[in-house]
Design a protein around this ligand. Structure first.
Ligand code: PGA
Length: 260
C-alpha cells in the first residue's frame, strides 16, 4: 500500500483530484468507481472545477457507484443517485448512459446485483475505485464480517453506520436499514483503489486498515492484498498510524515523475 499524509482535507482532495484527472486525461474511456458521503465532496468539487477551467473531458468516461439505499427512488433527495447528480454529474460533461448507480427500487434485488456485476465486466472493469471508509472500517457498505470475496449484493447496515447518516435523513428512524453495495471482491478487481479519509474519527479505522491484520472485521483491511492501493489521508486521520514518519519519508523520497 502507498500511504500519503497531507496536512488537511483540502490538500488531500486536491491530490486525489490530480490522480483522477491524470487517468481521465491519459485514457478518455476510463472507468471510474465512485463513492458518496462527506469524504469525496471536495474531490468532486475539484474535478468539476478542472472540467470548467481546464477542459477536463468526461464525455467518454464511464462510472459505477459503490452503493445505494434499498427503497429510495433515484429522485429521493437522500438517494445516492441524487447525491451524485448534485455534487458531480450536473457539473461535468458525462453522458447519462455512462453513469451507473445500483437500483435501490429493484423488485428482484439479486438479479439487479448480478446485472451490475455484468455491466462492470462489460465495461472491461473499473480502472480506479474511489473509496471512503466507515468508522468501523467498511468500504462501500461492506460492514464488519462481510466476506472478503463478496460481490454486489444486499447488506444490512450496522446501527453505527445508520447513526452516521442521521444528518442526510433528518432522524435515525428515516435511515434505511438495507443497501445494495459492491462487494469487497468487486472492489478488489479494480485496477487501482484510492481510499480517502479525513478527521480524528477515522484514525482508528485507518490504522487498522493499514497496519492491522487482514480481517473481515475491518473490511477495508482487504486492501492490503490489492496490488495498487493508495491511502490518502489528512494528518488527523493519520494520527494513529505507528509508521506515519516512515510514510512521510517515503513520500518525500518519491521522484518528481512519480508524484501525484
Ligand atoms: P463519510 O462516509 O465520507 O460520510 O465519512 C464514509 C463511508 O461511510 O464510507
Amino acid at each position: 500500500m502507498e500511504i500519503i499524509i497531507r496536512p488537511d482535507p483540502a490538500a488531500t482532495s486536491e491530490m486525489a483530484a490530480r490522480i483522477v484527472a491524470r487517468l481521465v486525461r491519459d485514457d478518455r474511456r476510463a472507468v471510474l468507481g465512485l463513492a458518496t458521503g462527506k469524504t469525496p465532496l471536495r474531490l468532486y468539487a475539484e474535478l468539476a472545477r478542472m472540467h470548467r477551467d481546464e477542459d477536463l473531458d468526461f464525455s467518454r468516461v464511464t462510472t459505477f457507484n459503490l452503493d445505494e439505499y434499498v427503497g429510495l427512488p433515484p429522485e429521493h433527495p437522500s438517494s445516492y443517485h441524487s447525491f451524485m447528480t448534485e455534487h458531480l454529474f450536473r457539473h461535468i460533461n458525462i453522458g447519462p448512459a455512462r453513469v451507473h448507480v445500483p437500483d435501490g427500487m429493484a423488485d428482484d434485488i439479486p438479479a439487479c446485483c448480478s446485472r451490475y456485476e455484468r455491466y462492470i465486466r462489460e465495461s472491461e472493469g473499473i480502472d480506479l475505485q474511489i473509496l471512503g471508509i466507515g468508522r468501523q472500517g467498511h468500504i462501500g457498505f461492506n460492514e464488519p464480517s462481510s466476506s472478503l470475496a463478496s460481490r454486489t449484493r444486499i447488506k444490512t447496515l450496522t446501527e453505527t453506520t445508520r447513526s452516521d447518516s442521521v444528518e442526510e435523513f433528518g432522524g435515525v428512524e428515516h435511515v434505511p436499514r438495507h443497501v445494495i453495495t459492491m462487494g469487497i471482491g468487486t472492489i478488489m478487481d479494480s485496477g487501482m483503489c484510492l481510499l480517502l479519509a479525513f478527521g480524528k474519527e477515522k484514525a482508528t479505522a485507518v490504522a487498522q486498515t493499514v497496519e492491522g491484520p487482514v480481517s473481515a472485521m475491518v473490511p477495508a483491511s482487504a486492501l492490503q492484498m490489492h496490488e495498487h492501493c493508495t491511502v490518502l489521508v489528512d494528518e488527523e486521520a493519520a494520527s494513529e498510524l505507528r509508521l506515519a514518519d516512515y510514510y512521510r519519508h517515503v513520500f518525500k523520497q518519491k521522484p518528481e515523475w512519480q508524484r501525484p
